[in-house]
Design a binder for this molecule. Structure first.
Ligand code: HEC
Ligand code: HEC
Ligand code: HEC
Ligand code: HEC
Length: 335
């Protein structure tokens, strides 16, 4: 979107670059595009941005347009905001009766802003929904939560309480441990009278948003494999990647151009398909294994941050960890 060290960068339509409203909200508040002018600009979504939020205006304007990121929030430029009336002006140790050492926090945090901090409001400004320039929805985690009718908050999973404090690491797709909490799978295998086996895989999304949610280049897929007694592979539901030979096994959001060919998010003019698991959905996939002598069948769901095409294209710049398929769930049957 332009040079992040230059002032006055504009979008193609001649407007302030919308990306910065979510990715660099402090810079957006100052209407600057020179992200190296202050640490608070280049830090992106930092402490000060969230902890100066005083209210959430919602992301949908009366005219149907979207208020994105920083524009969806009211912020204070004089005081920090906190979820409760807890006193952070002295350290927790001091509050337990030991002599006051030094101020724990240079500013008192104005307590009681629970309506924003304890609810999804503090996340929705940036995670609700975002369209590309053609009006095609890219991320829609917020809409997904609303559709699920779930009452559980984002914080309960993404900011769990650890030692009395809300963990701020915001684990998501980059965290293999978080991925393993998203779904469960269950495999059933029966031998057919005519020879071979029937395999049934049940996948259940445990989340109140889609799996995978968020950025449209996230992808997950099911691998089903049958082995003999020596661990030799006899059969698998795909050769290289199921995108080629077993589309039902791929959980992905597919965007396309006018001609109906798959395209990258900024250029998409239509949604070609959405095979991700819906919130709390249970889905059963069936396979016929045309082999004899199967002793072990394994079903595994893997998650990738990027579509195979992007992994290949960005091969040189990405670390191994960013390209790796992460195991989300597995189930196996011994015959
Ligand atoms: C000011 C905008 C903003 C707010 C408010 C915000 N986020 Fe984010 N969040 C982002 C952006 C931008 C990213 C992507 C950062 C990147 O990948 O560089 C992100 C990434 C994430 C991720 C993914 C991490 C990963 O592994 O890729 C999770 C999970 C997340 N946010 C959860 C939350 C939750 C929960 C809240 C509310 C408590 C919240 N966010 C509030 C802008 C925001
Ligand atoms: C994406 C928004 C977001 C960012 C960024 C953020 N916070 Fe928070 N913070 C929250 C929310 C939401 C809560 C309330 C969590 C709850 O109580 O469920 C919170 C709670 C807190 C609390 C009080 C509650 C506690 O757990 O003790 C402190 C102190 C705090 N944050 C400090 C920080 C600091 C320091 C940073 C930067 C390193 C930071 N926050 C960055 C959203 C954010
Ligand atoms: C029941 C626990 C749970 C709740 C509640 C929850 N999430 Fe998640 N979230 C997860 C898990 C597990 C993942 C990883 C799997 C995935 O990407 O779908 C995830 C993934 C994400 C990601 C994708 C990160 C990436 O790297 O692409 C975002 C963004 C996100 N959540 C935002 C939210 C927001 C915003 C809310 C509240 C509106 C929320 N989540 C509520 C558990 C939860
Ligand atoms: C409405 C808020 C919003 C706007 C506007 C926005 N983003 Fe994002 N972006 C996010 C969030 C939230 C994520 C976190 C990932 C997710 O949801 O899965 C993200 C993720 C990303 C990622 C992926 C990072 C990763 O972890 O893989 C890239 C790249 C990105 N955004 C680029 C852009 C660009 C370029 C623009 C402007 C054309 C833009 N974004 C505009 C909210 C926004």
């Amino acid at each position: 979107m332009g040079d992040p060290t230059k002032e006055g960068v504009k979008s193609k339509k001649g407007k302030y670059p919308v990306c910065l409203r979510c990715h660099a909200p402090n810079a957006a508040l100052s209407k600057t595009t020179k992200l190296d002018a202050k640490p608070a600009f280049r830090e992106g979504v930092n402490c000060v941005f969230c902890h100066t939020v005083t209210g959430f205006k919602g992301t949908k304007k009366p005219d149907g347009k979207l208020r994105l990121g920083q524009a969806a929030y009211e912020v204070s430029d004089t005081s920090l905001q906190a979820p409760s009336g807890k006193d952070y002006s002295t350290s927790p140790a001091d509050q337990n009766g030991s002599p006051v050492s030094k101020p724990f926090h240079p500013f008192p945090m104005e307590g009681g802003n629970a309506v924003v901090f304890k609810t999804n409001a503090i996340c929705m400004g940036c995670h609700d929904r975002r369209n590309n320039f053609h009006g095609v929805p890219l991320c829609a985690t917020g809409d997904e939560i609303v559709d699920s009718k779930s009452q559980v908050t984002c914080q309960s999973c993404h900011m769990p309480m650890v030692n009395g404090h809300a963990n701020h690491s915001m684990a998501g797709g980059h965290d293999g441990n978080m991925i393993r909490r998203a779904i469960t799978i269950k495999l059933d295998v029966t031998e057919k009278k005519a020879g071979g086996y029937d395999a049934q895989v049940m996948m259940k999304n445990l989340l109140p948003h889609k799996f995978p949610t968020g950025a449209p280049f996230r992808i997950a897929y099911l691998k089903v494999a049958a082995y003999d007694g020596d661990g030799k592979l006899l059969w698998q539901n795909f050769k290289e990647h199921p995108l080629k030979d077993d589309k039902q096994a791929v959980l992905v959001y597919t965007l396309g151009d006018k001609e109906g060919k798959p395209s990258m998010p900024p250029k998409a003019t239509q949604v070609l398909g959405d095979n991700r698991l819906n919130p709390h959905e249970e889905r059963v996939l069936e396979y016929s294994i045309p082999k004899k002598g199967v002793k072990v069948v394994k079903a595994e769901v893997y998650y990738n941050l990027l579509l195979p095409k992007l992994n290949k294209k960005l091969d040189k710049v990405l670390t191994k960890n960013l390209k790796a398929s992460k195991l989300a769930a597995s189930s196996e049957v011994h015959l």
